[in-house]
Design a protein around this ligand. Structure first.
Ligand code: SAM
Length: 223
């Protein structure tokens, strides 16, 4: 079981994402758990302020460090042994990582997903606006991750990408073990010939041949 915890100012974005298809089944089967946390919960003023102007000037707002620090501290799983007479409860080290999303971060890869799939908990910090106070990257996050060379509105889509790529590697999450990890070859299904205007789009002959050796060979070369 892996626990994903997402810190965001827009938790509603995740509603459909976590309650459909494989992720819904994974949660039901207790293979994964997903916690959604509104950063505003860890503010203290009446307006629930999570952002402020950047020092040195410039456009837009920056997410503040205080609520993020409090959120991470309160979400981090802590395992304690059962309290018994005269014995102090022990705290065991859980395998956890705190991930901050940034277009300036290290690229998300299948190798990283494989590493993270062995953890007990992944906490995601989703930036918004002009980004996040850099001290979060320096002192709170274990890793700063980008999902590609483009700029998104926020880290929520990045968190979804990590949740999907890691979940697929948790035993039992998907039925077919072999399709969990590799980028597969090209696939075709019926009809054998699809008429698109004047074009006849055919399925490669080898796939209809029934010759499994040849098909395997063909698939090795077609990605
Ligand atoms: N100039 C800002 C910067 O360099 O961080 C861009 C901020 S962006 C509009 C708002 C947030 O979206 C970022 O703080 C980050 O959390 C998220 N984000 C944007 N692009 C991303 C990417 N390619 N990968 C991961 N997160 C991204």
């Amino acid at each position: 079981m892996i626990q994903f915890d997402v810190i965001t100012i827009f938790p509603e974005i995740f509603k459909g994402f976590v309650s459909e298809s494989l992720l819904a089944r994974g949660q039901k089967k207790k293979i994964i758990r997903i916690g959604l946390h509104n950063l505003r919960k860890w503010t203290t003023d009446k307006h629930k302020t999570v952002d402020d102007n950047p020092y040195g000037g410039g456009p837009g707002m920056v997410l503040k460090i205080e609520p993020i620090f409090k959120a991470v501290k309160s979400i981090e799983l802590k395992v304690k042994s059962k309290r018994s007479k005269n014995v102090k409860p022990k705290t065991y080290n859980l395998k956890q990582r705190v991930i901050l999303f940034s277009p300036r971060g290290k690229k998300l890869t299948q190798e990283l997903a494989k590493k993270w799939a062995k953890l007990d908990q992944l906490i995601f910090i989703c930036g918004r606006y002009e980004g996040v106070d850099e001290r979060v990257a320096d002192y709170i996050a274990d890793e700063v991750i980008s999902i590609g060379d483009y700029v998104l509105n926020g880290g929520e889509v990045a968190a979804m990408a990590v949740i999907e790529s890691v979940s697929r590697l948790i035993p039992g999450f998907i039925a077919k073990k072999e399709s969990a990890q590799k980028a597969d070859h090209a696939q075709y299904t019926r009809p054998e010939v699809f008429i698109m205007g004047k074009k006849r789009l055919k399925v490669p002959k080898v796939l209809l041949s029934g010759d499994h050796k040849k098909i395997k060979e063909w698939r090795k070369n077609i990605i």
